[in-house]
Write a protein that binds this ligand. Structure first.
Ligand SMILES: Nc1ncnc2c1ncn2[C@@H]1O[C@H](COP(=O)(O)OP(=O)(O)OP(=O)(O)O)[C@@H](O)[C@H]1O
Ligand code: SF4
Length: 304
């Protein structure tokens, strides 16, 4: 295994890429696996692929992706997270692995392992940036080519679940992600919203996107639906609750649950701690476990 060479982003690295005139200099990941090839098939050992979508930014998509991965690990599953939120890759920070280097082996790029047991593997554009808070200013074709490389060239190995954190909205990056993943038949998408975002129409657009692209909606998750008091753990509905459930009913898709806004969860994500392990008494815990269980049930149903 060798450390990556700092050549990623050169004009001939990616098929069809158009380097932006300005922007970050991504740290390298090229060499023998640098060119996209549909034959690489590095998702061949992945059993179930779940996309996490949201109509709006900041509704907790990366939070749900991270906690879902942690909850699946607690259920004894081997999990990968693919962070294709190219303009705001926050998962490396949430799992406290920012700044780690991506390596290369004979079968592809080795994702970053979050724990010694290698039960959670992560690949993110965040590992390719010289500085973690640098903005990615790339044109669409270059972004799309990187997404294809993430799907084809990462040596995920055997995984029970791959959780794919996408950017907000319904951009070209979503279409590129879906096109790259389609041969591997994703289990479906989980659409995250907040009570306020439900009324804005972005979630409806997200659901329409899924319908038009043939991506099955596994369900809607309403995040930050109530506030957990840091003093007494009382849950207060700051915004009107139940919009996510009503929207799901209206759209004819399952409602998976409401996750309260818990300051302990915010802190856990800032400090890279395992919320599922450390805060079983939080009102957010049963919600996250119930959502995870529904996904496990769905995956089981697909197999049978
Ligand atoms: N249920 C929750 N309880 C406490 N904090 C939360 C919860 N959900 C999200 N947060 C916090 O809200 C912030 C935004 O969440 P997150 O980054 O997951 O949103 P996002 O939808 O992925 O954003 P982006 O559009 O930037 O990708 C983060 O600081 C996160 O820690
Ligand atoms: S929920 Fe209870 S502890 Fe929290 S602010 Fe209200 S009264 Fe105080």
């Amino acid at each position: 295994m060798t450390a990556h060479s700092p050549t990623w982003g050169s004009p001939d690295t990616l098929v069809g890429s158009t380097p932006a005139s300005s922007g970050p200099t991504p740290r390298g990941m090229q060499g023998q696996h640098g060119k996209y090839s549909a034959e690489c098939g590095n998702l061949a050992g992945v059993r179930h692929i779940i996309l996490i979508l949201s109509g709006k930014g900041g509704v907790g998509k990366s939070t749900i992706s991270t906690e879902l991965a942690l909850a699946l690990r607690h259920a004894g599953k081997k999990v990968g997270i693919l962070d294709v939120d190219l303009c705001g890759p926050s998962i490396p920070r949430m799992l406290q692995v920012q700044g780690r280097a991506v390596h290369q082996c004979d079968s592809g790029w080795v994702p970053v392992f979050v724990d010694q047991e290698q039960s959670i593997a992560l690949m993110s554009v965040g590992f390719l940036l010289e500085k973690p808070d640098e903005a990615v200013v790339w044109r669409g074709p270059k972004k799309n080519a990187l997404i294809k490389q993430f799907v084809s060239d990462v040596a995920w190995g055997e995984l029970d679940y791959l959780v794919v954190d996408t950017p907000p909205g319904t951009s070209d990056e979503h279409i590129a992600t879906l096109e790259a993943l389609r041969p591997y038949k994703p289990l479906g998408a989980l659409v995250v919203t907040t009570p306020q975002a439900v009324s804005v129409g972005d979630v409806r657009r997200e659901l329409t996107f899924c319908r038009k692209t043939g991506l099955q909606v596994m369900g809607v998750v309403e995040n930050m639906s109530s506030f957990v008091c840091p003093h007494c753990a009382e849950c207060t509905n700051v915004f009107s609750r139940g919009g996510g459930e009503e929207l799901a009913r209206h759209a004819g898709v399952p409602f998976l649950g409401s996750v309260p806004l818990d300051p302990e969860l915010t802190r856990s994500l800032e400090e890279g701690r395992d919320f599922i392990q450390e805060f079983p008494k939080s009102p957010a815990f049963p919600a996250l476990i119930s959502i995870t269980q529904k996904i496990l049930d769905r995956a089981l149903a697909q197999l049978s």
